[in-house]
Design a protein around this ligand. Structure first.
Ligand code: NAG
Ligand code: NAG
Ligand code: NAG
Ligand code: NAG
Ligand code: NAG
Ligand code: NAG
Ligand code: NAG
Ligand code: NAG
Ligand code: NAG
Ligand code: NAG
Length: 775
């Protein structure tokens, strides 16, 4: 990993775009129509890429690709720049009604007066923040239950990412059927590298589709194999972690859309990738790319859906019956940071597993503290070493183990304490420690990282410990005033059965959404800490891994949780080919586990308390129960349109998303609380009474009777009417009301209270979390 790519959050292990204050243009809507684009440098003549949304003419369906492209070009001042480069980068077919083009601010301003113009926003390129850890080969710690019934045969998962290493054994197609006959994708590798597993590959970068280069980052390869990697047996690295690796839907097909490079992913390329995936007819989209949390209008406002390419693209996908699974972000544990939060998206947070790659710290006084590391050299004999703590009170040097940390301190032959953060990645800290002559390293979590630790590819003996263990080490260090503080590391390899499990990862972005009018997000959590999956053999770190092509790696992040859900959605698509994206979502959410392996409430690895709904949504995905939910909540385009009207968007702004003319005025009920979502989230005054309407569809047995079971949020009385729902046949629908009442003795303004509603039959539990914010 290049030093220049040092990351600001060592735990932010995925492509995630952080708002950069330097240089975004500001775009506002003047009145109803004209965009005003201000360039920060006042430079209105700079040529940049803009995404332009235009009103789709009624007869568009009849237009050929060439006609559509010509129509899009008619909005441009001319077709080429002075340099001879074409202005038009993409003429989108399905994902939006519009195009991406190279223009100046003035030219966009001029275009706004052309009939049919709707909205323009500047293409964004933000740094790609990612890192990796080495892995052990061949181990799969995934539950067999996730794929024993159904391997996702026939389903196609579209992965938008950095591409793929196509010859990795995880993408071997032994035993794979050919893709469905309707499959329209193609394979743009330079060589014929596609097979029945890898049925499509396309790359988009700043314009036309181009040949797909082999994944030179690793992220895309990893994510794709988590979703649908083939079984890879009996391989091991350094004698550790021997087992079978497989994706969530090992018999599903993969279609790869390379829309990101090492430098990041552009909105215009993301839209082009989704456009192609819709055209190709994938079943599920896996998007481990964060949409930026900030608006281009003001840096404190969240980015509205009509400027968020992931939200816009996912809406178009949903309209084509493709479920989009999108990462919630790695900005935890702070509240209100969740992204990918549009209601048509399945928003995925991350949880830990019960596996640890143990590296235990032993202090000079005998106390042992369990940490993690993927690099476990047998040559390290665990003799006690004296501790150096750069930057700590009077110790000399600086904190964080960066390149300038060891100036005033001797770390030679010592075990060095390094705090997470300070813009230095964990592996990088080790490189600096080693360079300065340190013998070993202990990475101390700060408060925000809580109990979440990583097994990483360190370059020297190391252990990453939790914040609470960091405090013990610190206090031992403090108390050793008359003796030299000593410590060492004992490597214990791969261990299972860690508790509590699962727990919400400290980095997983939390709600409430700042953007979506109060819908509870994230929707679901899935495994996303130290996940083992395929890795390109030519990408670092390879030294500790293997010389074989069958290389694996650990990654952490909501980006890795996301393909778990994409794979599970593919499994459901196999058994329930007619379910809509909303129905698949509902099935996954209403059957999620809110208790952990010990039947206790799922905890939050930030501080060990019970996780709240803003951290875990409906809870931990449970593939086997999701396959047979009993009842589902449906949502259709007219619900989404009403919802968007309810957000207060103008009709033009909504058309950017829907591509079709809509009218808000005739919609009577636009309150988000009556939106048929599988979770319930309301804002309640005190005293107050609020009635929520929901409708369920029977997808279980012909005859079924369900009773409501309520766990009331503290301070709220909840009644359900009717409390009994009887279904006489499959696909029958029944609606019900939930009446929430507060009486003036409720918690204070801004307090949040949580409960749940379950519809229980002899065979099924259909559970919705209830979140009440007191206003
Ligand atoms: C504005 O942008 C143009 C084109 O990129 C460049 O030639 C010019 O120097 C810039 N002017 C300023 C003041 O930055
Ligand atoms: C295209 O238009 C721009 C101004 O909008 C002008 O500077 C440029 O010379 C034109 N290019 C051609 C090839 O006509
Ligand atoms: C991995 O496990 C398989 C089956 O248990 C065994 O045959 C193989 O020798 C093991 N490989 C290594 C490197 O330990
Ligand atoms: C452990 O390793 C260190 C450094 O490699 C060496 O100095 C020491 O003698 C070893 N101790 C034992 C007990 O082998
Ligand atoms: C330390 O790293 C910073 C940022 O990467 C760099 O600007 C600086 O030159 C480095 N200093 C040394 C002494 O290498
Ligand atoms: C260690 O001592 C420093 C002051 O020297 C203090 O700030 C810090 O809180 C102490 N840490 C612990 C864990 O006791
Ligand atoms: C070692 O020191 C730490 C920190 O002061 C303390 O919490 C722990 O109990 C001590 N262990 C023993 C065995 O005394
Ligand atoms: C843990 O964090 C949650 C969420 O921030 C908070 O509600 C809870 O009170 C915290 N628990 C403790 C013990 O501090
Ligand atoms: C999924 O749910 C079933 C039924 O409640 C339960 O027995 C099982 O343990 C759950 N699976 C996981 C992986 O938690
Ligand atoms: C108000 O509601 C709370 C909680 O639902 C309940 O305990 C209390 O008795 C109620 N008070 C009145 C005056 O109804």
């Amino acid at each position: 990993m290049e030093k220049s790519k040092s990351i600001s959050f060592t735990f932010a292990f995925f492509f995630f775009f952080f708002f950069s204050a330097s240089g975004p243009s500001v775009l506002m809507t003047l009145g109803q129509l004209l965009p005003v684009v201000e360039d920060q440098g006042g430079n209105v003549s700079r040529i940049q890429t803009y995404i332009i949304h235009v009103r789709r003419p009624v007869e568009t369906k009849l237009l050929s690709d060439v006609d559509r492209e010509n129509w899009h070009k008619s909005f441009l001042p001319n077709t080429t720049l002075d340099t001879g480069k074409p202005r038009l980068l993409y003429s989108y077919r399905k994902v939006i009604s519009g195009f991406a083009a190279r223009l100046t601010h003035d030219e966009v301003m001029a275009m706004a007066s052309i009939d049919g113009f709707l909205h323009a926003h500047r293409d964004e390129r933000l740094p790609l923040l990612t890192t990796y850890t080495p892995s052990f080969l061949g181990l799969s710690e995934r539950d067999g239950i996730w794929y024993t019934n159904c391997f996702g045969k026939g389903a196609i998962i579209g992965v938008l990412d950095t591409g793929i290493a196509p010859t990795h054994p995880s993408f071997d197609d032994k035993g794979m059927p050919s893709p469905p006959r309707e499959w329209r994708g193609h394979c743009d590798f330079r060589q014929p590298l596609c097979n029945n597993k890898l049925v499509g590959a396309a790359a988009f970068r700043g314009g036309r589709p181009m040949p797909v280069e082999i994944d030179d980052n690793g992220h895309g390869t990893h994510v794709a194999s988590v979703a649908a990697g083939s079984f890879v047996d009996g391989a091991a690295v350094l004698g550790n972690a021997n087992g079978t690796s497989a994706g969530m839907a090992p018999k599903a097909h993969l279609a790869i859309y390379k829309v990101c490079s090492k430098d990041g992913c552009d909105d215009s390329d993301i839209l082009a990738g989704i456009d192609q995936a819709i055209h190709d007819e994938v079943d599920v989209l896996s998007i481990s790319i964060g949409s930026r949390p900030r608006s281009s209008i003001t840096d404190s406002q969240p980015r509205p859906f009509y400027e968020d390419s992931v939200a816009i693209g996912s809406y178009a996908a949903t309209r084509h019956r493709i479920l989009a699974c999108v990462a919630a972000g790695n900005d935890g544990p702070y509240e209100g940071k969740v992204v990918g939060d549009a209601p048509w998206i399945l928003t995925v947070g991350a949880s830990s597993t019960e596996r640890r790659i143990r590296a235990t710290v032993r202090l000079g006084n005998g106390t042992e503290l369990d940490g993690e590391s993927a690099y476990q050299p047998s040559s390290f004999n665990s003799t006690l070493l004296s501790i150096a703590f750069p930057g700590y009170d009077d110790q000399g040097g600086r904190r964080g183990c960066g390149n300038d940390s060891f100036g005033g301190i001797d770390v030679k032959g010592k075990i060095v304490l390094c705090e997470t953060g300070y813009n230095v990645g964990n592996i990088e800290k080790g490189e600096f420690v080693k360079e300065a002559g340190g013998a070993a390293m202990i990475i101390l979590n700060q408060r925000e990282q809580g109990f979440t630790t990583f097994a990483e590819a360190h370059v020297l003996p190391a252990a990453h410990v939790s914040f609470s263990d960091a405090l013990v080490i610190e206090s031992y260090f403090n108390s050793s005033t008359n003796s030299t503080p000593m410590a060492t590391i004992i490597f214990k390899g791969t261990q299972f059965g860690s508790r509590p499990s699962p727990a919400v990862a400290s980095f997983s972005s939390r709600g409430p959404s700042q953007n979506n009018g109060g819908i509870l997000k994230p929707d679901i959590i899935g495994p996303g800490v130290n996940i083992l999956a395929a890795w390109p053999p030519n990408v670092e770190p390879t030294s500790q891994v293997s010389s074989s092509t069958s290389t694996f790696n650990f990654l952490s992040g909501t980006s890795v949780a996301t393909p778990h859900l994409s794979g599970i959605a593919a499994l459901l698509k196999n058994t329930h080919p007619h379910w809509s994206p909303a129905e698949i979502k509902s099935a996954i959410m209403t059957t999620a586990d809110w208790l952990d392996r010990d039947r206790k409430p799922i905890t939050d690895d930030y501080n060990g308390s019970d996780a709240n709904l803003f951290a875990m949504g409906a809870g931990q995905v449970n593939a086997s129960t999701a396959n047979d939910p009993g009842l589902v909540y449906e949502l259709h385009s007219h619900h989404y349109i009403r919802y968007l009207c309810g957000l207060g968007y103008t009709e033009q702004q909504i058309m950017v998303i829907t591509q079709h003319h809509i009218k808000c005025s005739n919609n009577h009920d636009i309150s988000v609380e009556r939106f048929n979502y599988p979770s319930i989230s309301v804002s309640l005054g005190s005293p107050a009474r609020r009635t929520i309407r929901r409708r369920l569809k029977n997808v279980g047995e012909d005859d079924a009777v369900y009773f409501a079971e309520i766990e009331e949020p503290a301070g709220v009385k909840v009644e359900v009417s009717p409390y009994r729902l009887e279904f006489d046949r499959l696909y029958e629908r029944r609606h019900f009301y939930v009446i929430l009442t507060t009486n003036g003795t409720t918690p204070g303004k801004g307090q949040v209270s949580e409960g749940q509603l379950s519809w229980v039959s002899s065979k099924h539990v259909v559970r919705s979390p209830i979140s009440v914010v007191f206003s």
